[in-house]
Write a protein that binds this ligand. Sequence first.
Ligand SMILES: [Ca+2]
Ligand SMILES: [Ca+2]
Length: 295
Amino acid sequence: MQKNYQYNTSKLHFILFWVLFQIMFSKVGSATEDAQTATIFQDCIGCPTMISIPKGEYAMGMPPIFQGRPYDKGEMRRIVIPRPFAMGVYEVTFNQWEQCVRSGGCEEVDDRGMGRGDRPVVNVSWRQAVKYAKWLSALTGEKYRLPTEAEWEYAGRAGSTTSRFFGIRLEMVCEYANIFDIHAWKVLQYEWEHLPCEDGYVESAPVGSFKPNAFGLYDMLGNVWEWTEDCLAYTFRPSNGTSSEAVLRGDCSQRAYRGASWLNHPAKYIGPSDRYKYLEVKESDLGFRLVREIE
Ligand SMILES: [Ca+2]
Ligand SMILES: [Ca+2]
């Protein structure tokens, strides 16, 4: 009984904390307006299409009302995005990767039979993704890099505060994301849970095949997971800091990745999940998109 009482008290404190956050960040709901005034550009023919993301602030992490939130993952912190930045409208594609390969900046990567072209590049390690960003920076004279984890979540939420940027109804997932749907479950026959809808793709889909979020970004949930800059740093992550910079302390042989993939069941959301992998790992459902600094 004592244990239950402590848990309920702690839960109540967290809910009060979350309500306070909602009041503090009620202006964040202007994301749709921001998307309408956003700038879309490419720095070269064939370069990734970028879109400006406004400065702002938000609550990073998983609030207690999140669908699927484990009860013991209560970390939340206020993040300030001090200046606008640009982000890839889509995940980096095989076409874009092969432009880098042809110029000697990147290595060939295997699509494992899933298709190339406008499909997201996969089987790329964190190091290879960083190498692509450096190649693109040298090509364009601009500063491209992986997003920090805080930037990724800010961009992914686009002003929303629910577990998915379009709300929590499972039936809506297939309008916005290529995920482990009914059709994929029938074909692949994996035993884990599937979404109660059909998105039309068993494996990866061409980027931009689904609806965007309020910042105009496609596939922030689903299609492929996306590498970010941050190191594994459970114990070093500042609980009161507001910095959106990457956490580069802790175990930097492991890096954060976000956003779920075509292989994921409903337990994956825009918020943090089990989200670190060894930086040399290559997975058939793990790619990336880039950020470009604009100020
Ligand atoms: Ca699917
Ligand atoms: Ca994605």
